[in-house]
Design a protein around this ligand. Structure first.
Ligand code: UD1
Ligand code: UDP
Length: 374
C-alpha cells in the first residue's frame, strides 16, 4: 500500500420489492464483509412491509428509505418517484457504482437515475428474457432497459449470457455468476432446522398440501379467477390435500383470492410468509403452483414440482431441468398437470433433480464482489 490507504469503493445498492430484498441480501452481506467497500442500502419503498419482512430475515435494514408506496400505485407514479428520489440521493452523496437487481420498476428507474449521472451500474440477474414485451408486463421492458444501461452484467446462467451477447452487450461486461437466490436459499437451508414457525404450520400438521402464490399484473382479473378455480378443482379430486395460499399484499390479488378461496376448511389463506417459513412450505409441499419469477428458481433448486401459471417464462432453465411445467392460466390444463404430478410423485427423481441446479452453486454473491473489487 506504500502508506497510502486503499481507496474504499462506495456502492449504493437500490432495492424496492420483496424479491430484490431476498436476492440482494446475500450481495449486501458479502460486500459488507470486505474492507474494500462501503455499502449504502437504498430502499425506494415500492414495497413496505413485504420489503422489511424479507430484509429482516437477513438482519438487514435500509440505510435510507424513500417510502414511496401508495395503495394501488400506478407504474407512472412508481417510475417518476423512484427516478426523482433516487436521483436526489445520488446527487447529495454520489456513489462510485450502483447495483440494481432484476426487473421491477425500481430496477429500471433507479438504473436510469444512475445513468443520468454517469454512475456505473451493475445489473444483478441480467439477461433474462421471455422475448414477449407483454409477458411479464412491465418486467420484460424493465430488464431490457436495465441491461442496456449497465456497465456490468451479472448473468445467472449461460443462457442469460447468450441473450445479452445476441443484443450486442460486450463480452467483457458479462459475468456468469449463478443466481443469488441460491445463496439466499442455502442460507435458510443451512440455518436452524425445526420447521415453520407460523400458525399455518399447525393447521397443516400431518397433511399433504399444495402451495399457491400469484401476483403478476397480467394475471389480475379473469386469469386469477381461473387459477383459483383450478385449485378448487384439484382439491375436489384429492380429498386428502390441503392448500396453503400466502397472499401478496396487492389488493387486486387479495380481493379475488378472498372471494374465491376464502372460508374453506382445506384452504389456508394467509399474509406473506417470512422467508424461512416460505422455504419450509416450498420444501414440504407436494406441489407448487405459482406465477412468480423467483419461485421458479427456488422450486428448481429444491427439485420440487411446480406448475408455472404463465404462458411464457424468462427462466427456461427451470423447465429444461424438469421441476417446472408451464401451464398458463387455463385452469383445466393446470388441474390436469397437477393431477398427473400428484399421482406420480417420485421422491428419488426429485432428489436427483436437486443436484442439477442450473441456477448456480450458492456463490454468486462472492463472484459479484470479486468483479467489483477489480
Ligand atoms: C412488484 C413488481 C413485480 C414483482 C413484485 C414482487 C413492478 C411494476 N412490479 O409488483 O415485478 O414481481 O413486485 O412481489 O415493479 N402492497 C402493500 N404492501 C407491500 C407491497 C405491496 O400494501 O409491502 C400493495 C400496495 O397497494 C401497492 C400494490 O400492492 O400499491 C402493488 O405493489 P407494486 O409494487 O406496484 O406491484 P406488485 O404487484 O407488488
Ligand atoms: N416469498 C416469501 N414469502 C411469501 C411468498 C414468497 O418470502 O409468502 C419469496 C419467495 O421465496 C421468493 C420471492 O418471495 O424468493 C418471490 O417474490 P415474488 O413472487 O413476490 O416476486 P417475483 O419473484 O415474481 O418477482
Amino acid at each position: 500500500m506504500n502508506g497510502q490507504a486503499r481507496k474504499i469503493k462506495k456502492i449504493d445498492v437500490v432495492i424496492g420489492t420483496r424479491p430484490e430484498a431476498i436476492k440482494m441480501a446475500p450481495v449486501i452481506l458479502e460486500l459488507r464483509g470486505r474492507e474494500t467497500f462501503s455499502v449504502r442500502v437504498i430502499a425506494t419503498g415500492q414495497h413496505t412491509d413485504m420489503l422489511s419482512q424479507a430484509l429482516g430475515y437477513f438482519s438487514l435494514s435500509a440505510d435510507v428509505n424513500l417510502g414511496i408506496m401508495k395503495n394501488r400505485q400506478s407504474l407512472d407514479y412508481i417510475t417518476s418517484s423512484v427516478l426523482v428520489g433516487v436521483g436526489e440521493l445520488f446527487d447529495s452523496d454520489p456513489p462510485d457504482a450502483a447495483l440494481v437487481h432484476g426487473d421491477t420498476t425500481t430496477t429500471f428507474a433507479s438504473a436510469l437515475a444512475a445513468f443520468y449521472r454517469r454512475i456505473p451500474i451493475g445489473h444483478v440477474e441480467a439477461g433474462l428474457r421471455s422475448f414477449d414485451m407483454s409477458r411479464p408486463f412491465p418486467e420484460e421492458m424493465n430488464r431490457l432497459f436495465a441491461d442496456r444501461l449497465a456497465a456490468w452484467h451479472f448473468a445467472p446462467t449461460g443462457q442469460s449470457r447468450e441473450n445479452l451477447l445476441r443484443e450486442g452487450a460486450r463480452d467483457e461486461s458479462i459475468f456468469v455468476t449463478g443466481n443469488t437466490v441460491v445463496d439466499a436459499l442455502n442460507a435458510v437451508l443451512a440455518g436452524p432446522a425445526g420447521g415453520a414457525s407460523g400458525a399455518f404450520a399447525q393447521r397443516l400438521a400431518g397433511h399433504r398440501f399444495i402451495l399457491l402464490t400469484a401476483h403478476r399484473r397480467e394475471s389480475w382479473g379473469e386469469p386469477l379467477v381461473r387459477i383459483c378455480r383450478a385449485l378448487l378443482g384439484i382439491l375436489d379430486l384429492h380429498p386428502d390435500l390441503m392448500a396453503l395460499v400466502p397472499m401478496h399484499k396487492n389488493p387486486e390479488v387479495r380481493d379475488v383470492m378472498r372471494n374465491f378461496l376464502g372460508g374453506r376448511s382445506r384452504i389456508i389463506l394467509c399474509d406473506p410468509l417470512d422467508y424461512p417459513d416460505f422455504v419450509w412450505a416450498m420444501d414440504n409441499c407436494e406441489l407448487i403452483m405459482s406465477d412468480s419469477g423467483g419461485v421458479q428458481e427456488e422450486a428448481t433448486s429444491l427439485g420440487k414440482p411446480a406448475l408455472i401459471l404463465r404462458d411464457v417464462t424468462e427462466r427456461p432453465e427451470a423447465v429444461e431441468q424438469g421441476s417446472c411445467v408451464l401451464v398458463g392460466t387455463d385452469g383445466e390444463r393446470a388441474a390436469k398437470e397437477a393431477d398427473a404430478i400428484l399421482r406420480g410423485y417420485n421422491r428419488e427423481e426429485l432428489m436427483e433433480r436437486r443436484l442439477k441446479n442450473p441456477f448456480g452453486d450458492g456463490f454468486a454473491s462472492s463472484r459479484i464482489a470479486d468483479v467489483l473489487s477489480r
